[in-house]
Design a protein around this ligand. Structure first.
Ligand SMILES: Cc1ncc(COP(=O)(O)O)c(C=O)c1O
Length: 375
C-alpha cells in the first residue's frame, strides 16, 4: 500500500492513492477514538465577511500579500493555491527545467500525493530515502548522488509524514549544495513545518537556496484543511511559472476559501500556541500508555504525530483489534513498506477526547501482544 512510483501514467494506468482509498471510508465511520489526524484540530470561531464569500475577487484584497507578510518575502515570491496537494504539482511543473529530464526524485517514506503526482504530469518518479529506520532518519546521500544526474527536480518533506522526524540540518546543508551544483531544483513540502516556528528546527527551505520552492497550507498546523488554502514560496521567476501553471490548470481560486482565510490570517499564531499546548498536555499521556505496554519510544522533538512500533502488520491490527474498539490510527505501511509494523499516532486532538482514547489504545496494544504470545 506504499506510494506507487514509476513512469508517466494516464487512463487506466492512473494509480489509486492506496492510503486515501483505505483511510476515507474509515474516517467516514466516525470512530469515537480517532488518533489518525496528523493535522491539528483547532476550534476557530471565525468572523467572516459574508459579502466576500462570493464577491472576494471584487474586493481588491490580495491573498498573496497575507502570505508574503507572514513569511517575510515579496508578494511576487508567493502564489496562492488550493492546498499543498495542488501546490506540489504546480511547483514540480515549475521546478522542472524546460529542456531537462522529465524525471523527479521523490523522498521515501512519503505521503503518496507528494510522490505519485508527477507521474500524472508525464514524469517518471524515482525514489531516494531518508531512513526508514526508527532511530536513524538520515538522508541516504549515496543514493541521492546516484540519481541527481538523472532527475530534473526532487521533492521532499522536511518534517516527514509519517515519522514526524525533521531532516537533519547537516543533511539540508549538504542537499542545498549538491542540488545547486547539479542544477536540480527542490520542491519542499512544508505542510507540517510551522509547528516548529520559534525553535531551532524551523528552517523553511525557501530561505536556504535559489533553487527551492517551498509549499505550505493552512491544513495541518492551523486546522483549516477544508479551506484548501495553500501557497508556494520561492524565487520570483520560478513562482511566475507556478502562477502560470495555476492559471492553466485552475483559473481562479475559490472566493469563499479566500474570504475565510482572510479572517484567519491575523490569528494564525493563536492556533500555533494551542498546538504547542496540545503537545504538552497530550503527549505525556501517550508516553505513559506506551511504557505501560512495554514500548520504549522517543517522540520527534516537535509536532503532533509520531510513529510507534507494534508487533504485527498495522493494517491487519487496525481491522482486527482497532475497529471493534472504535479506534483509528494510521498504518505506517501506507508511506513505506518497511514501516508496515508501525502505527502513526497523532496527539493534536481535543484533550478530553485524547484522554478518553488512551485506555482504548492500551487495550488495543494488549490485544496485539496477547495474539502474538499465543501464536
Ligand atoms: C506531507 C503532506 N503534504 C500535504 C498534505 C495535504 O496538504 P493540503 O491539505 O494542504 O493539500 C498532507 C496530508 O496528509 C501531507 O501529509
Amino acid at each position: 500500500m506504499e506510494p506507487r512510483l514509476g513512469g508517466p501514467v494516464s487512463g487506466d494506468g492512473v494509480p489509486p492513492v492506496d492510503y486515501l482509498s483505505w483511510y476515507i471510508p474509515r474516517l467516514q465511520e466516525n470512530r469515537p477514538h480517532d488518533l489518525s489526524q496528523s493535522g491539528f484540530e483547532y476550534d476557530w470561531n471565525l468572523d467572516v465577511d459574508n459579502a466576500k464569500m462570493l464577491g472576494f475577487w471584487e474586493s481588491g484584497a490580495n491573498p498573496a500579500e497575507w502570505v508574503a507578510e507572514r513569511y517575510g518575502v515579496d508578494v511576487d515570491q508567493v502564489c496562492v493555491t488550493h492546498g499543498v496537494c495542488q501546490a506540489i504539482s504546480l511547483a514540480i511543473l515549475a521546478a522542472l527545467p524546460e529542456d531537462g529530464p522529465r524525471v523527479v526524485g521523490v523522498e521515501m517514506p512519503s505521503f503518496a500525493v507528494v510522490s505519485q503526482c508527477a507521474r500524472l504530469l508525464g514524469c517518471e518518479v524515482i525514489p531516494f530515502h531518508r531512513g526508514p529506520n526508527p532511530g536513524d532518519w538520515r538522508l541516504n546521500r549515496d543514493e541521492l548522488l546516484d540519481i541527481l544526474p538523472r532527475v530534473g527536480a526532487i521533492a521532499l518533506t522536511p518534517m516527514m509524514n509519517p515519522s514526524g522526524e525533521m531532516m537533519l540540518k547537516e543533511d539540508e546543508d549538504w542537499l542545498i549544495e549538491v542540488t545547486r551544483d547539479a542544477g536540480v531544483n527542490i520542491v519542499s513540502d512544508e505542510v507540517y513545518l510551522d509547528a516548529s516556528m520559534g525553535t531551532e528546527f524551523y528552517r523553511p527551505m525557501y530561505l536556504r537556496g535559489e533553487n527551492v520552492i517551498s509549499v505550505n497550507s493552512l491544513t495541518k498546523c492551523y486546522g483549516l484543511g477544508p479551506l484548501r488554502f495553500g501557497w508556494a514560496i520561492g524565487p520570483a521567476k520560478m513562482i511566475q511559472d507556478v502562477r502560470n501553471a495555476f492559471h492553466n490548470l485552475q483559473g481562479m481560486a475559490s472566493a469563499p476559501s479566500m474570504a475565510i482565510a482572510e479572517a484567519a490570517f491575523p490569528r494564525l499564531d493563536e492556533a500555533l500556541d494551542a498546538l504547542r499546548a496540545a503537545r504538552e498536555e497530550n503527549l505525556p499521556k501517550l508516553i505513559d500508555v506506551l511504557a505501560e505496554n512495554g514500548i520504549v519510544w522517543s517522540p520527534p522533538p516537535i509536532g503532533i504525530y509520531g510513529l510507534i512500533p507494534i508487533e504485527t502488520d498495522a493494517v491487519q491490527a487496525m481491522a482486527e483489534h482497532g475497529a471493534p474498539l472504535g479506534l483509528l490510527a494510521t498504518p505506517g505501511g501506507m508511506f513505506h513498506k518497511d514501516l508496515s509494523n508501525h502505527l502513526r499516532i497523532a496527539w493534536g486532538g481535543d484533550a478530553d477526547a485524547f484522554e478518553a482514547a488512551m485506555p482504548v489504545l492500551s487495550q488495543f496494544l494488549k490485544s496485539i501482544q496477547e495474539e502474538s504470545t499465543e501464536a
